[in-house]
Design a binder for this molecule. Structure first.
Ligand SMILES: Cc1cc2nc3c(=O)[nH]c(=O)nc-3n(C[C@H](O)[C@H](O)[C@H](O)COP(=O)(O)O)c2cc1C
Length: 397
């Protein structure tokens, strides 16, 4: 059997070969972003053992759905935009030519199917305005879609403020701004920014003064009740839980480190050791939904329409998916993407029919059973997992 170190060194050899094939790995924001895309396209970057928790959520089957499956309505509204399905293409990219192509393909999908879309961190275009069109292509191609801008909390901690936030929003005529929280990624990244002392205050200033709502977004480690409460008090209107169990940025950074010229073994290990760190997505939805009035986006390991239905039944408003969209978008396979969204919609509608929910409001009240580690986690944290299991009675269904 191959050892842990053996795996690390095999991966190192693979990426070094890619690097010597002139796909150089570098340090600028633009270069870093294209490294991320390439690694996500070529390596297994998902959490290794950690699951998003949806496997511990069972929607209670309704053997008597007295409705017509065609009547299931999955339309919703978020930040002033109508969505034909409770789905968002989670923010991934921008800042280089490949990203522009990916964003254009995904924006066309969002416009055509009536779902939302986020862009990746706009730091590259704030630093270099000639890159703005790699993001603004999204609004150009998707004039009617919910579009979410994106900046990083580490940049806010180091001086970005309302001016940069406005620029990011205006660049893509966004309906909301996501401020991503990624302390794990920064901590395991060679050039990571781990000085975040004043970050909550700075998020608060931006959230109070910006004319569009601010969403605080994790990127794979989830958000707990305590932080969600602080963010809500700081005028944040939405949370993207970005839970653990899907794409692991610790894994991405480990692969990046392995391919780096000045690679240090202890840094490679740090990324791999923390690969499964974080609050699983299903748990984070429950924790965050205990804070009232927040709009909740559920990303992190959402992989089919049943996961989407479970996320909504747990308290999310919409669900977001990133990694599964990346490869077909990179390949420009628009037909595959259309089929993917059509399949997700069929799965959501079928799950709703089988719980007797005619719309998303009814789905949010359907009965579900929380099992195993997810139930255990919630119990240990003072949330009552039983409160979901008998919400819908024969009288209020
Ligand atoms: C290639 C790639 C790039 C990403 N870049 C960003 C980013 O710039 N800003 C951000 O907030 N999240 C970013 N994310 C995180 C996603 O939006 C999402 O929260 C996370 O990947 C979990 O979803 P998934 O398991 O469906 O991939 C990125 C994800 C991927 C796969």
């Amino acid at each position: 059997m191959i050892s842990f170190l053996g795996v690390v060194h095999l991966a190192r050899d693979k990426i070094k070969k890619a690097a010597s094939d002139k796909q150089s790995i570098g340090n600028s924001t633009t270069q870093r972003k294209s490294d991320h895309i390439r690694i996500c396209l070529t390596e297994d970057v998902q959490a290794l053992h950690k699951k998003p928790g949806f496997e511990d959520v069972e929607l209670v089957h309704n053997a008597l759905p007295e409705m017509n499956i065609e009547d299931v309505n999955i339309g919703t509204e978020m930040f002033g935009r109508k969505l034909r399905a409770p789905l968002v293409i989670a923010g991934m990219t921008g800042g280089h030519p490949i990203a522009m192509r990916i964003n254009a393909v995904l924006a066309e999908l969002a416009q055509e199917t009536g779902i939302g879309m986020g862009v990746g961190s706009q730091r590259a275009a704030i630093e270099n305005s000639s890159l703005a069109e790699t993001y603004s292509v999204v609004r150009k191609v998707a004039p009617d879609a919910l579009v979410i801008a994106n900046l990083g909390a580490p940049q806010l901690a180091r001086g970005y403020g309302v001016r940069e936030a406005k620029k990011a929003v205006e660049m893509i005529e966004a309906d909301a701004l996501a401020i991503h929280l990624n302390p794990l990624q920064e901590a395991v990244q060679l050039e990571g920014e781990t000085s975040t002392r004043e970050v909550l205050n700075r998020i608060g200033v931006v959230a109070e003064q910006l004319e569009v709502p601010v969403v605080a977004k994790e990127t794979g480690c989830g958000i707990a009740y305590e932080e969600a409460s602080k963010l809500a008090k700081a005028h944040v209107k939405g949370i993207d839980v970005g839970g653990a169990g899907g794409t692991s940025w610790s894994a991405v950074e480990a692969y990046r480190e392995i391919g780096h010229e000045t690679s240090r073994t202890e840094d490679e290990h740090l990324g791999l050791t923390f690969r499964d760190w974080g609050i699983p997505t299903a748990v984070s939805i429950v924790e965050v939904s205990a804070v009232k009035e927040l709009k909740i986006i559920a990303t992190g390991g959402v992989r089919n329409g049943i996961d989407v239905a479970k996320a909504i039944a747990l308290g999310a408003n919409v669900a977001g998916i990133a990694l599964p969209f990346l490869k077909p978008a990179y390949a420009g396979d628009k037909n595959f993407l259309r089929v993917m969204v059509a399949r997700l919609i069929r799965e959501i509608k079928t799950a709703m029919y089988l719980t007797g929910a005619t719309d998303l409001k009814a789905l949010a009240k359907t009965n579900l059973v929380l099992k195993s580690e997810t139930a255990q986690w919630l119990e240990m944290r003072g949330f009552d997992p039983k409160r979901y299991s008998k919400r819908r009675t024969s009288d209020n269904s």
